[in-house]
Design a protein. Structure first.
Length: 425
């Protein structure tokens, strides 16, 4: 087991200069963009004004950790672990299991020898001048994870990133920034868990950039736990090179306002992309998943499957966009969004989109929303199962189609248990 050095390192002036330039450009862009409103088509169903009206100020000082952390850990999962508390790296709860030449799993703030590599990728995939929240993050981020998987390396253990909110930053915005570079022919998985330990009003504005090189495979799993008072704006930007495979799961189990943006660009031939999403919300929660898959090269495959269970007065939105460029012939792209409304007050808006500029493609999309099948409930009740238990069985089976595709058994078990708690809330 390797621990992460606590020694303070002096950052390469070239990286400091490049980051300063990046931040200044982002700040100037944000001053023109501002935050999106519901007049923006991409934000039609999500009103962020109540969240930003009282100021959107970043955390600028490391809050004092006054008590021991109690993480919602994943039982029996052996992982390389980085823990960030209120946006700042915490050495005491982090550990690295894998030890391979040139492997980097580290907080970005503690890099020196890899400054040039960070500068090569940081900010190159995110929408610096198009999206207000990702631009704001670029201007203000404090710290985050830097993961570099060398060429031809199969990572034995997943990388587990914890982003913990303690409530000490109430009134401020936590802005983590993650950068992952999966080298040629590598195989790895990254799990990001967002947890709020209190019911204090907490806002996170996150950006993650993922670069999947030729013939590489990367699994990316994002888990956002249920907590009152928690708002989350998450932007994930993915760049895939030829013959790469990228699998993503976005699991949302509640929150006051949750917006998940996932943007994938297929920049090489024979790429495969599988995007799965599950959202289980109740009360007055709101969750909005916005997915864009950009087919820029021919002979690529993408699949989107997003499922939602909405109870109480909760609301949801899904916008899935598939863009097939003119040169992206022989594209296969599929998209499906399915929702179950568990109460008469719950609402969902679904907008699948296809933009096709090539003529030799196979693309489909679909969306369904409805209530639980009464005949299925009756069938289970006729076998002596209570009504609530019957509903739980059906709803769990509905969601399991997303969870079962995760290859790690410990993660599947953890999410199955978390799902049952969410369904009984």
């Amino acid at each position: 087991m390797n621990t992460i050095s606590t020694k303070n390192t002096t950052r390469d002036p070239r990286l400091a200069d490049s980051q300063t330039l990046l931040r200044n450009e982002a700040l100037a862009a944000f001053q023109k963009l501002g935050f999106p409103t519901t007049k923006n088509e991409d934000w039609k169903y999500t009103n962020v004004m109540p969240m930003v009206k009282n100021g959107f100020e970043p955390v600028t000082a490391k809050p004092e950790l006054k008590s021991e952390l109690h993480l919602d850990t994943i039982d029996r999962l052996k992982a390389n672990r980085l823990v960030f508390v209120d946006g700042w790296f915490n050495e005491n709860f982090s550990e690295i299991l894998d030890d391979k030449a040139h492997l980097v799993i580290s907080p970005m703030s503690r890099q020196q020898e890899n400054n040039a590599l960070i500068g090569q990728y940081l900010g190159k995939q995110s929408n610096q001048r198009q999206d207000g929240f990702s631009t704001w993050n670029t201007a203000h981020f404090q710290d985050g994870a830097f993961i570099s998987i060398p060429d031809n390396v199969v990572l034995e253990h997943p990388v587990l990133l914890y982003s913990i909110s303690t409530g000490a930053t109430q009134g401020k915005v936590i802005a983590p920034r993650n950068l992952v570079v999966a080298g040629k022919n590598s195989q790895s998985s990254v799990v990001v868990c967002y947890q709020n330990l209190t019911d204090a009003k907490t806002i996170t504005d996150t950006v993650t950039e993922l670069f999947v090189m030729e013939n590489a495979r990367l699994d990316y799993i994002k888990i956002q736990s249920r907590t009152n008072g928690y708002s989350h704006i998450g932007n994930v930007f993915v760049n895939q090179q030829a013959n790469s495979r990228f699998n993503s799961w976005t699991i949302t189990l509640g929150g006051d306002l949750i917006r998940n943006n996932l943007n994938v660009q297929l920049n090489g031939e024979n790429c495969e992309t599988n995007l799965y999403g599950l959202y289980v919300v109740s009360g007055k929660d709101h969750v909005d998943n916005h997915v864009t898959v950009d087919h820029a090269q021919p002979h690529c495959f993408s699949n989107q499957l997003y499922k939602g269970l909405l109870n109480g007065s909760s609301s949801g939105a899904f916008c899935g966009r598939i863009l097939v460029r003119q040169d992206a012939q022989k594209t296969n792209a599929f998209q499906s969004n399915k929702n179950i409304l568990l109460s008469d007050q719950a609402t969902v808006n679904s907008k699948p989109q296809l933009e096709i500029f090539a003529d030799d493609v196979k693309c489909t999309h679909g969306s369904t929303s409805g209530q639980t099948d009464e005949e299925a409930i009756f069938y289970l009740r006729s076998r002596g199962i209570s009504e609530q238990h019957a509903k739980n069985i059906l709803h769990h089976a509905f969601a399991w189609e997303v969870i079962e595709k995760i290859s790690n058994p410990e993660l599947r078990e953890y999410l199955s248990y978390s799902l049952m708690i969410a369904l009984n809330r």
